[in-house]
Design a binder for this molecule. Structure first.
Ligand SMILES: [Zn+2]
Ligand SMILES: [Zn+2]
Length: 270
């Protein structure tokens, strides 16, 4: 197994000349070319996985120095076991032990293929935990393993914790809905399909963030309508970017704004 230095997604060997994830229009191959790394190399260069509580029952896992694009994973802890969401592209003994101290992990899932990280490696170290991959995105799976299970639509991980396929950034893009989060008002964990902006009061909806390619207004309104059916007050993105309260209104208003701009309602401002 090798890890792409740019996106930190693991891949079976022999690896191709270019990482297919990075060669896609949503990502990029850096100017100095494709590099593949091993976990040992990452460890030797001083990587550490760090855990930090976001709120009771939700732990952020990041790497320092960052690996790949530097995403933050989330561990959702429930009485029936934990979900490891958007697993980072690195792990070490300390991180594995800290995760297991919270109780058994019952599933590993990513919001979309950019966030696969070293999901199979995490699975093996956590006791061959099922790695849930959206059926619609199976072509993007680079490391195959018996722990991988395909899903689509909605899947319940534990009581009050479920994945919902929204599509958007990828056809299989998903959010995790955790009903007990935000003091029982509900939390959404989102990847790039719904992205909390730096202003902390709006979200973006893009096919590509690095290459600035928006989704259509119709798709954004479809996603917002689907998520309208869930109860939530807070959204965590995959870089620990957060809409801390009122997130349902934020999502609805941001979707309307996006649709209006792409429709041309504001062309007089350009
Ligand atoms: Zn890559
Ligand atoms: Zn992405």
């Amino acid at each position: 197994m090798l890890i792409c230095a740019t996106c930190a997604v693991e891949r079976d060997e022999p690896v191709p000349d270019l990482c297919p994830m990075c060669a896609d229009e949503r990502q990029y191959v850096p100017e100095d070319g494709q590099h593949w790394l091993t976990l040992d190399e990452l460890s030797r260069t001083g990587r550490q996985a760090l855990l930090e509580q976001n709120e009771p029952g939700l732990i952020a896992i990041s790497t320092e120095p960052k690996v790949g694009i530097g995403q933050t994973a989330q561990l959702v802890v429930t009485p029936q076991g934990s979900l490891l969401w958007d697993p980072v592209g690195y792990l070490d003994d300390n991180a594995v032990q800290s995760v297991l101290e919270q109780g058994p992990v019952v599933a590993i899932a990513a919001s979309h293929p950019h966030m696969f990280g070293v999901q199979v490696e995490w699975s093996r170290r956590l006791g061959n935990v099922p790695v849930l991959v959206a059926e619609a995105d199976r072509q993007w799976l680079g490391r195959h393993d018996p722990s991988v299970a395909y899903w689509s639509g909605t899947i319940e991980i534990a009581e009050g914790l479920a994945l919902h396929q929204t599509g958007g950034h990828f056809p299989g893009s998903a959010v995790a809905h955790w009903a007990a989060g935000a003091d029982g008002k509900g939390v959404l964990l989102t990847g790039d399909t719904v992205f909390p902006n730096p202003d902390r009061c709006t979200v973006a909806f893009m096919r590509s963030y690095p290459n600035r390619l928006p989704l259509s207004g119709a798709v954004v309104l479809r996603i917002a309508a689907q998520l309208e059916g869930l109860e939530f007050d807070r959204i965590y993105g995959n870089f620990n970017n957060v809409i801390s309260s009122g997130a349902k209104d934020v999502l609805r208003d941001s979707a309307q704004r996006h649709a209006a701009w792409t429709r041309g309602d504001f062309d007089h401002l350009t």
